[in-house]
Design a protein around this ligand. Structure first.
Ligand SMILES: Cc1cc2nc3c(=O)[nH]c(=O)nc-3n(C[C@H](O)[C@H](O)[C@H](O)COP(=O)(O)OP(=O)(O)OC[C@H]3O[C@@H](n4cnc5c(N)ncnc54)[C@H](O)[C@@H]3O)c2cc1C
Ligand SMILES: *[C@@H]1O[C@H](CO)[C@@H](O)[C@H](O)[C@H]1NC(C)=O
Ligand SMILES: *[C@@H]1O[C@H](CO)[C@@H](O)[C@H](O)[C@H]1NC(C)=O
Length: 636
């Protein structure tokens, strides 16, 4: 009886998520099948419960239960003597968020903040209102619930560089143990390399349970181009390989599933969902953060922090909350009517992101790619729900990864400047529904470029520029905490970025020309883009125009509250992630990166959560031990 009830609830929940997202005929079947077969229904780790009656005071308050905040809440509540409250603006994950193939459905759903940048002429010209869509998770697990689960740690050089900026303890050798601390590597061949991998951590990493015949070909084509086949999280980054995914048994392993579900019985851990934090309370005299205000059930609540407030709202919301709380550029705060408590001009600045060029598609002659209306059927639903494999476990066709160097990078250095995300799908593979909607493409653009190849077999290459020099920023629109901040991407405003991304596109075209890919009949879908038609095809000028049209964020916003020494006026937190000039407040999330890492950033953000938690424990446990030993020795 309980199971049937749970099945009904699940069905209702999943259906609720889908309202307003559009429809795919298979979904009702999928939902029913999942409701019947879903193991999670009998899984004691299923949805953590929300604490109804909160205390008025906690040792630690964590704001935001995303990739980093989930880790912090877990690690701090390991100490039984500490009470920890996690406040999250969104609600629970659903059955749909678990399915790797359906992640595009989550964009613009109720678990997305649905941010859009200000219109600018340098990029996103093919998007509605020339505004890029900055999808961000508003759900327990944060953006790790909507992401494509690619697990990439970055390059040794990234972290060594962070340390060289004046951040002791952040070199690659220092952070590697924290990557390994979370990791449960399920691929035995990778797990054997104990220098880089480990097993038994909270975060499950596995290979894709399902690949199309194109997957192997992608990696072979890389070999043909002269690259090594590598473990992209191992010794050498340059090369081709298969992705590693934050997946567990073919379903998404979000930060919430990994770090929060296993701890929800801890008595010293309280969870409050649908709780939108509006301000961090800071005593202006002592400059100590001592609590937070949040809205839940349409009421304003206040909770106090005895030890620390930890801000893990992500790269948009963390700087927004700092500014709302009086920490930021004094002139800007004054302009919007906020009293400055601490002048830190770096808050919201230095915004970095990874962009790729969307829509680089190659038509092929064989029905081997992922075409949604062919592969998503009753059979694949049953395979997913019962045997945990099949096409629904594919992360929207992401099969292979490559790290390559353009002529602008130092090739002997193993610090590549372009990443390829190689897919057995492209924008046309769902007939102009989810991908077009998620990316915010205009009808005119989609129709002119893709409608003639709707649902045709293709593969795609997304060349992504790794170390952008263009930097964006966010600022407050008003002092109302519920108003979205203004976001300026500034993509491709630095000429070096234009050059690197253009060369990345050319390399992607060359990849499609390899004999390996030609065996599938590969030919570039070379429809000239509407705004670039006046330029001769395949020239640098043409590509320079192309990259500004279907400019695709890879959703790696970061660096908006960067870590650095006090001597750097743009630094917001120190190397222990404490906000400069404020006591009892740390930022622990993607915002603290001084420079963006060389790859997808979720794994580094989780590492930041692990390392940040250890620094907090270090400080408070030392203090605890000290006072304890003074007491026992009778010295006090
Ligand atoms: C569509 C998409 C695809 C991606 N694909 C990949 C990928 O394949 N691989 C990869 O490595 N990275 C990927 N990323 C990026 C990666 O997931 C993010 O960089 C990472 O999750 C950021 O972690 P975070 O902790 O900084 O922020 P988030 O995970 O975004 O967490 C912030 C949390 O704080 C909450 N919050 C914010 N403001 C408030 C408030 N005022 N009150 C209460 N709660 C608040 C939010 O609701 C959210 O839950 C992707 C991201 C997206 C959106
Ligand atoms: C390229 O990198 C290598 C290895 O780090 C270094 O020795 C060399 O000086 C670099 N070359 C240039 C032109 O920067
Ligand atoms: C406790 O001990 C530490 C080191 O042993 C000392 O520095 C500190 O002053 C002592 N505190 C008190 C209150 O005695």
């Amino acid at each position: 009886m309980a199971i049937i009830l749970a099945a009904i609830t699940t069905t209702i929940k999943a259906a609720g998520l889908l309202i307003g997202i559009g429809k795919l005929t298979i979904l009702p079947i999928l939902i029913v099948a999942m409701a019947y077969f879903n193991y999670d229904l009998m899984d004691p780790e299923n949805h953590p419960h929300v604490t109804k009656n909160l205390y008025t005071e906690y040792d630690f308050i964590v704001i935001g239960g995303g990739s980093a905040g989930s880790v912090v809440a877990n690690r701090l509540s390991e100490i039984k003597e500490w009470n920890v409250l996690l406040l999250e603006a969104g609600g629970h994950e659903t059955e749909i968020t678990d399915v790797p193939m359906l992640s595009l459905y989550l964009h613009k759903s109720k678990i997305d903040w649905k941010y859009r940048t200000q219109p600018q002429n340098s990029a996103c010209q093919a998007m509605i209102d020339k505004r890029c869509c900055w999808t961000r998770g508003k759900v327990l697990g944060g953006s790790s619930v909507l992401n494509t689960m690619l697990y990439i740690r970055g390059n040794r050089r990234d972290f060594d560089q962070w340390e060289s900026f004046g951040n002791p303890g952040w070199s690659f050798d220092d952070v590697l143990p924290y990557f390994k601390k979370s990791e449960d590597q399920r691929n035995p061949y990778l797990a054997r390399d104990k220098r880089y991998h480990s097993t038994g951590g909270y975060l499950t990493i596995q290979d894709a349970p399902y690949n199309t015949p194109l997957g192997v070909a992608f990696v072979q084509a890389g070999e043909e181009m002269g690259y090594d086949i590598v473990d992209v999280n191992g010794d050498q980054q340059t090369g081709f390989g298969f992705w590693q995914f934050t997946m567990r048994r073919g379903t998404r392993c979000s930060a919430a599933k990994a770090f929060i579900r296993p701890i929800h019985q801890r008595k010293n851990f309280h969870l409050s969902l649908w709780s939108h934090v509006t301000r961090i309370l800071i005593d202006p005299l002592t400059k100590r953060a001592n609590g937070v205000q949040f809205i839940r059930d349409n009421r304003l609540h206040t909770v106090y922090a005895k030890k620390e407030v930890i801000l893990s709202g992500g790269a948009i919301n963390s700087p927004q909350l700092l500014m709302l709380s009086g920490i930021g550029d004094a002139k800007h705060l004054n302009d919007v009517g906020i009293n400055t408590i601490q002048h830190l001009p770096g808050v919201g600045q230095n915004l970095q992101d990874h962009i790729a060029v969307g829509g680089i598609a190659f038509l092929i002659d064989y029905p081997v790619s992922i075409v949604m209306n062919r592969l998503v059927n009753v059979n694949s639903v049953l395979r997913y729900t019962i045997t945990e494999d099949g096409p629904l476990t594919s992360s929207v066709g992401l099969e292979a990864v490559a790290f390559i160097s353009t002529k602008y990078a130092n090739k002997t250095d193993d610090w590549p400047d372009i990443e390829f995300m190689i897919t057995s799908t492209s924008t046309n593979s769902d007939g102009g529904t989810q991908a077009k909607n998620a990316h915010g493409l205009t009808d005119e653009f989609y129709n002119e470029i893709f409608s003639e190849i709707n649902n045709r077999d293709v593969f795609g290459v997304f060349p992504m520029m790794l170390r952008p020099k263009s930097k964006g920023f966010i600022k407050l629109k008003t002092k109302n905490p519920l108003d979205y901040p203004l976001m300026y991407h500034n993509y491709l405003t630095h000429q070096d970025d234009v050059n690197v991304l253009r060369e990345g596109v050319k390399a992607a075209i060359a990849f499609g020309e390899t004999a390996t890919m030609k065996r599938f009949g590969a030919r570039f879908h070379n429809k000239p883009l509407p705004n670039c038609k006046h330029l001769p095809l395949y020239t640098d000028d043409y590509w320079n125009c192309v990259i500004r049209q279907y400019t695709m964020t890879i959703y790696h916003m970061s660096c908006t509250a960067k870590m650095g020494p006090i001597s750097d006026p743009m630094a917001v937190v120190d190397h222990q992630l404490k906000v400069h000039g404020i006591n009892g407040l740390r930022v622990i999330d993607a915002s603290i990166m001084p420079t963006i890492t060389n790859g997808n950033i979720n794994a580094p953000v989780i590492m930041i959560g692990e390392k940040g938690s250890d620094m907090i424990k270090d400080q408070w446990l030392k203090r605890f031990k000290r006072s304890h030993s003074n007491t026992t020795s009778g010295a006090s």
